[in-house]
Design a protein around this ligand. Structure first.
Ligand code: ADP
Ligand code: ZN
Ligand code: ZN
Length: 759
């Protein structure tokens, strides 16, 4: 049995008098609580210890099959994560039942007259008494469960009922007129947003206008622009056709399409999908972030009219996700476009999985349970014997290596069917005196392109105004009290904010350490770049896309449509604008702070830097021509050089040699282990014990062990953290490591969680 929600690596044995199948959800007693559990294995063998009974089944029909069970076991072994938490991933949030135990009195002489919850009875009469009553059959204990009620989030929207002509006859106050005029530019707008946009003090002008019949306020669960479709292409180019043929010729297994940005990978996926769909099977199309779904959805709808297409991601309400999940499970949906979590939907007729932008870090879940959705896709493909297509202009080094070694099938696309690959140009920021954010050259380029009615994308790694605030007197950096990372200054709202936990505070006027007033903001993010641009180009339409300005997929879709309709001339954004977007008018992409990418403290920092620069640059030149300007203080760095030459293969050649030399993945299995505990000393002690144990009993299987060390984020949400690094040999047994940790953590009260391995 795998216990739902449990952080433990173990599974547990129970007995049952009714038939069960692997994958079924049941209720069991675990540590005196009724909990949901998953049947992992059925066995006739009698264990040597006493077992408790399975209390009841949870579902009339089981949702999971033995293949799903196998998948969960493989992934939890591979990523060393709690098996119960992996099983939970199969289900949409809110579906887990709330199971409660009740005491039913069976005898008149008891002080209990009515059915009461078991916990209340234990509190009132003591556990011993309850046990005795149970033994003497004076009470009966029953379990009951209810589905947690999910609150459907209703939003209020407003739209105009009258046309401009009708309105001329009606008398309005200035404020009402302002509302009406604002509404002319929208079909529909959320009431909350309307209030925000116009800085209204209350909802009353809207209500008055509603009473007059001028506008209509209505509720909707989530408003979606469902009418955006993009027409399909006529036919594949010969290069695309060649790739498609070689994919479908030997369809089963894992395919990796290495195709430069804009070379038509998406269209090749579409053709492969068509084949699977006509055979009556379902397609799962994974995208790295919810931000990629609106434009893709519009293309899929245009290409597959009449097919049932659904988008699945965490921005949807729980009720909505459950609905889509059930439909997908039962085979009533043809295509699911989704983010990481959708890889776990048990789709009954799944015939193909596509992972677009397969290099993207968001496929890797950074919180417990840790897993890599691309690895899950590959495992799933093997179990169900279906094809998997991974695609990217900058494949993961590990995946490209596997493709070269023949484990995956490699396909290449090098030519853009429309437009040209952008020409890349390096700007040496050391020579850009007085222009640290945007170089003179970049500003001139923007000016020129605006004359030509081109759009410009300005890519910035970080959001916010400046990255951190430092005391120039004593060197103290202002940090978050919860997370120990530097706070970011946001000009909008004039606050300091923690990007991990959301903590905010007004800016300090004096240094909390030495009292000096010499506090200075360093570094910069999107907001600062936007500010500079507005200074230089006051009359230009500039929009900013980052987590601050984009809070939902519909915000994002609105922004994309503004770009599409050329209501935005300059677009400043984080990686939200670096990925996947396809707009023909983009004449230039400026990578503002490329250095920051290279200097992150990770073994794959260069890989990530190469990916981001190339991806951002790929937004350019999709119409007629395009440029990319890369600003750098390290213009000689090999990654910057390779990125400028747009040469992934050359980058790979050097990178793989370094990896081999330093025994980094794919030549090792890289495991980061985070030990967490509320107590700092205990955290450290436990981490040391674990490191020592691994050092002693597992030494044959690793190249190197480091730590425990204090990680960059040493405290997170109130828990202290210590990190242990392990470079395992490729043949190392994760099973043995798992057993070792299990043995150790069974005796102590810490959570060995946050163990992850990037292959
Ligand atoms: P990628 O996924 O590799 O970035 P896309 O599939 O988005 O590339 O294609 C880039 C652009 O080229 C899109 O606007 C797409 O409509 C267009 N395109 C792709 N294939 C063709 C083709 N065979 N004929 C015409 N246009 C095409
Ligand atoms: Zn100071
Ligand atoms: Zn914080």
């Amino acid at each position: 049995m795998a216990i739902s929600g449990s952080p433990l690596l173990d599974t547990f044995t129970y007995h049952t008098d009714f038939p069960l199948t692997p994958g079924e959800r049941v209720v069991v007693d675990f540590a005196n609580r009724s909990v949901v559990a998953y049947v992992v294995e059925i066995t006739d063998e009698l264990p040597e210890f006493a077992t408790k009974p399975v209390l009841q089944k949870l579902d009339e029909k089981p949702f999971l099959t033995s293949k799903d069970v196998e998948l969960a076991l493989r992934i939890s072994e591979r990523f060393l994560c709690p098996v119960g938490k992996i099983f939970d991933l199969f289900f949409p949030p809110g579906k887990v039942m709330n199971v409660k135990s009740f005491v039913v009195p069976q005898s008149q002489e008891l002080p209990i007259k009515d059915i009461i919850p078991l916990t209340a009875a234990r509190e009132k009469f003591g556990a011993v008494t309850i046990e005795n009553w149970k033994k003497s059959r004076k009470i009966r204990i029953v379990h009951s469960y209810e589905q947690k009620k999910t609150r459907v989030q209703k939003k209020k929207f407003v739209r105009l009922r009258l046309s401009i002509k009708d309105l001329e006859k009606i008398k309005l106050t200035d404020l009402q007129r302002k509302v009406v005029e604002h509404l002319f530019s929208f079909d529909v707008i959320e009431v909350r947003e309307l209030i925000k946009n116009l800085d209204l003090k209350s909802i009353s002008p809207i209500q008055t206008l509603e009473k007059k019949g001028i506008l209509e306020v209505f509720e909707d669960e989530t408003y979606e622009f469902s009418d955006w479709t993009i027409a399909p292409i006529d036919e594949l180019t010969s290069e695309q056709r060649r790739v498609l043929n070689s994919i479908v010729y030997d369809f089963k297994g894992v395919h990796l399409i290495y195709g430069l940005t804009g070379t038509g990978k998406t269209e090749v996926y579409f053709k492969a999908m068509e084949k699977v769909l006509t055979e009556g099977a379902q397609v799962l199309y994974l995208v790295p972030e919810v931000s990629l779904t609106p434009q893709l959805l519009a293309r899929v709808k245009g290409t597959f009219p009449g097919r049932e297409v659904r988008v699945y991601h965490s921005y949807l309400s729980k009720a909505k996700r459950q609905g889509i999940w059930l439909d997908a499970h039962e085979g009533n949906v043809d295509i699911i476009i989704g983010t990481r979590s959708s890889i776990w939907i048990p789709m009954r007729k799944l015939g193909l999985i596509i992972v677009d932008e397969e290099h993207d870090a968001s496929f890797y879940q950074q919180s417990s349970p840790h897993y890599d959705a691309v690895e899950v896709a590959v495992e799933k493909g093997k179990l169900h014997n279906i094809p998997i297509i991974l695609g990217s202009a900058t494949p993961r080094v590990t995946h490209y290596f596997r493709a070269i070694e023949g484990e995956y099938k490699l396909h290449k696309l090098k030519h853009r069917p429309v437009g040209k690959l952008p020409s890349l140009e390096l700007i040496d920021m050391r020579k850009s005196k007085g222009f640290y954010v945007l170089s003179k050259k970049a500003l001139e380029e923007i000016k020129e392109l605006l004359k030509d009615e081109k759009q410009i994308f300005v890519f910035v790694h970080r959001k916010g105004f400046s990255n951190y605030v430092v005391c120039t007197n004593c060197g103290t950096v202002i940090k978050c009290p919860n997370c120990d990372i530097s706070l970011t200054y946001h000009r909008h709202g004039n606050i300091l904010k923690c990007h991990y936990c959301g903590f905010t505070t007004p800016p300090f006027s004096n240094c909390p350490n030495c009292g000096s007033a010499a506090l200075s903001a360093r570094g910069f993010g999107t907001e600062r770049v936007e500010y500079e641009l507005r200074n230089f180009f006051p009359s230009v339409k500039i929009i900013r896309l980052d987590k601050e300005t984009i809070e939902s997929p519909s915000d994002y879709e609105k922004a994309l449509r503004m770009i599409e309709q050329e209501d935005a001339q300059v677009v400043v954004g984080t990686k939200m604008i670096a990925k996947g977007l396809d707009f023909p008018k983009v004449g230039c992409v400026i990578v503002v702070d490329s250095d920051r990418l290279i200097n992150l403290p990770r073994y794959d920092a260069t890989e990530n830097a190469f990916q981001l620069i190339t991806q951002a640059s790929g937004r350019s030149g999709r119409g007629t021509f395009g440029k990319t300007l890369i600003q750098s203080f390290n213009p000689d760095h090999p990654v910057i050089q390779n990125a400028v030459e747009n040469d992934f293969e050359r980058f790979f050649e050097t990178e793989i040699k370094t990896r081999e030399l330093l025994k980094y993945p794919p030549f090792s299995y890289f495991v980061e282990m985070i030990v967490e505990h509320v107590d700092e000393k205990r955290c450290q002690k436990k981490a040391e014990e674990i490191a020592e144990l691994i050092g002693k009993e597992f030494s044959e299987q690793f190249f190197e062990i480091h730590g425990p060390v204090v990680p960059v984020i040493k405290k997170f949400k109130g828990r202290f953290r210590m990190k242990i690094f392990l470079k395992l040999k490729p043949e190392a047994s994760m099973k043995e490591l798992r057993e070792l940790i299990k043995k150790h953590s069974a005796q102590i009260d810490l959570v060995v969680d946050g163990i992850g391995g990037m292959l």
